[in-house]
Design a protein around this ligand. Structure first.
Ligand code: FPP
Ligand code: ZN
Length: 313
């Protein structure tokens, strides 16, 4: 069995964090808050977060906060719920949520809730169940879910359920594994999983596994390492993970490693990036790969971090 190249992946992530001039850093400039979440969470799962100086990270994150309470992807970029969740998750990783003005952040998030229970991503109003997940996950971490009409938000998510058991980005939109993670994750966090038809959805999700062992996001699509997260986390939440071949999936992920320079790609022999490195390592953690910290399938944070948030330990 191919092994996980822990040291090389750690070196790769640290290099991506430092190098501001290479191609990946240039195209990811507006996504750096997400990149920080992907990279730092990966380091933590690999048991290497102590390489990073927490104070430096806290300062870096807070520099990207706006007066409204929301966070931008980078300095000079507008606030958005996607980056606000990443910022909160990064602070949670380091046990530093107390540096936040929690009222201000939760007010920013709550104001994105629309009358029909959907969430906009920012002030420009695009609606997507991705943003429902981000808002609900963020408010739950901040212990401020009581600031929104959770029933309304949940009913909107339920209205995005399709006849195949899956969920889309808006009512009537086709089922997509990424959106399914968002909807199932948000329903798990709020305690409304009874809206999910577990057998029907489990069937759709396990059909995402292709011959190579990898998972795709929709019928007829190529397998992609990031779906090891979107599909697998959903299967675990609905208790149907035994419906796929876990060993074959682990092999597929391990075959997507750059064994020389570190990092994981979407498919074998493609170029690596920090996004797929995170989803590969997180996927292996969900599969119980030895030596990795366990990750929570709904909060997308290490289990010990989730326990510290909710039980103070
Ligand atoms: C597929 O993206 C993925 C999604 C639609 C879900 C995205 C979810 C979030 C951003 C919420 C935050 C997530 C975490 C883990 C905390 P894609 O554009 O790559 O889809 P494609 O494969 O169809 O191109
Ligand atoms: Zn991908």
């Amino acid at each position: 069995m191919v092994e996980l190249e822990v040291e090389k992946h750690v070196r790769y992530i640290l290099a991506v964090g430092k190098n501001k001039d290479d191609f990946e850093s240039q195209v990811m400039d507006h996504l750096r808050m997400n990149g920080a979440y992907w990279g730092l969470t990966t380091l933590d799962i690999l048991q290497k977060l102590d390489i990073v100086d927490p104070n430096e990270v806290v300062e870096w994150v807070l520099q990207r906060q706006h007066d409204c309470g929301g966070f931008g992807g980078n300095v000079g970029h507008d606030p958005h719920i996607l980056y606000t969740l990443s910022a909160v998750q990064v602070l949670a990783l380091f046990g530093k949520l107390d540096v936040l003005d929690i009222e201000r952040v939760s007010e920013y998030v709550s104001r994105l809730l629309n009358g029909d229970g959907s969430f906009s991503g920012d002030m420009w109003g695009e609606v997507d169940t991705r943003f429902s997940y981000c808002a609900i996950c963020c408010l739950a971490i901040l212990d401020r879910l009581d600031e929104i009409h959770v029933d309304k938000a949940v009913n909107y998510i339920a209205s995005c359920k399709n006849l195949d058991g899956g969920f889309g980005c808006t009512p009537g939109a086709e089922s997509h594994a990424g959106q399914i993670f968002c909807c199932v994750g948000a329903l798990a966090i709020t305690g409304f999983l009874h809206h999910v038809d577990k057998d029907l959805l489990g069937w759709w999700l396990c059909e995402r596994q292709v011959k190579s062992g990898g998972l795709n996001g929709r019928p007829e699509k190529l397998p992609d390492v990031c779906y090891s997260w979107w599909v697998l986390s959903s299967l675990i939440i609905i208790d149907r993970v035994h419906w796929i071949d876990k060993d074959k999936l682990a092999k597929f992920i391990l075959n997507c490693q750059d064994k020389e320079n570190g990092g994981i790609s979407d498919r074998p022999d493609d170029a690596v990036d920090v996004f797929h490195t995170y989803f590969g390592v997180a996927g292996l953690s969900l599969l119980g790969y030895l030596g990795l910290k366990a990750i929570d399938p709904a909060f997308a944070l290490p289990v010990y971090v989730v326990n510290r948030i909710f039980f103070g330990r």
